[in-house]
Design a protein around this ligand. Structure first.
Ligand SMILES: [Zn+2]
Ligand SMILES: [Zn+2]
Length: 170
């Protein structure tokens, strides 16, 4: 979607926006987790600084539907990213990835939202940050609790168990 900003390029003011992106074909890892639309809203302001420089702020959110990269369990997770960009009518020397060029007094909202969306996304999709994964020996999902083979295969745990036994007077 193109947002027309001709009213605030030369004069102070603000233009609100809403945009919806369909990213269901986007592949992350081997998955397509963005099956729901991405809804974005915010405002573009002329903050009265240098001429022809506008500031865009807002937020984009969706719900990701994925399979955990570590334990292979399906899950869904709300995902939102802040939007922040500088819009200019001329390419500045110190241009960075958050500076976008206006064309015919219009901002390309889809491009700005997509850049922010990808920048904030983890390349590894986990059902939770501390996902315990699968036991390499028996294949049990360790988020459901430990399996029988972990204790015996880890000598550090065996040593710890010995220590605990000594400290407990019974
Ligand atoms: Zn997981
Ligand atoms: Zn196991």
């Amino acid at each position: 979607m193109l947002l027309r900003l001709n009213k605030i390029i030369e004069a102070p003011g603000s233009v609100p926006f809403e945009d919806t992106l369909d990213l269901h074909e986007m592949v992350i890892g081997a998955q397509r987790p963005v099956s729901e639309p991405v809804a974005a809203s915010g405002v573009v302001r002329n903050v009265g600084g240098s001429q022809g420089v506008l500031e865009l702020t807002g937020e984009a959110h969706t719900t990701l539907h994925c399979v955990c990269d570590r334990c292979a369990r399906p899950f869904e997770r709300p995902y939102s990213v802040p939007l922040h960009a500088v819009l200019t009518t001329e390419v500045a020397k110190e241009e960075d990835e958050w500076t976008f060029l206006l064309e015919d007094d219009c901002a390309d909202l889809d491009e700005i939202i997509l850049t922010s969306f990808l920048f904030g996304l983890d390349m590894q999709l986990l059902c939770r940050e501390d996902c315990a994964g699968l036991c390499p020996t028996c294949g049990k999902n360790l988020n459901d609790g430990p399996c029988g083979c972990v204790k015996e295969s880890d000598p550090r745990l065996a040593a710890l168990a010995q220590l605990l036994k000594k400290e407990k007077p019974d």
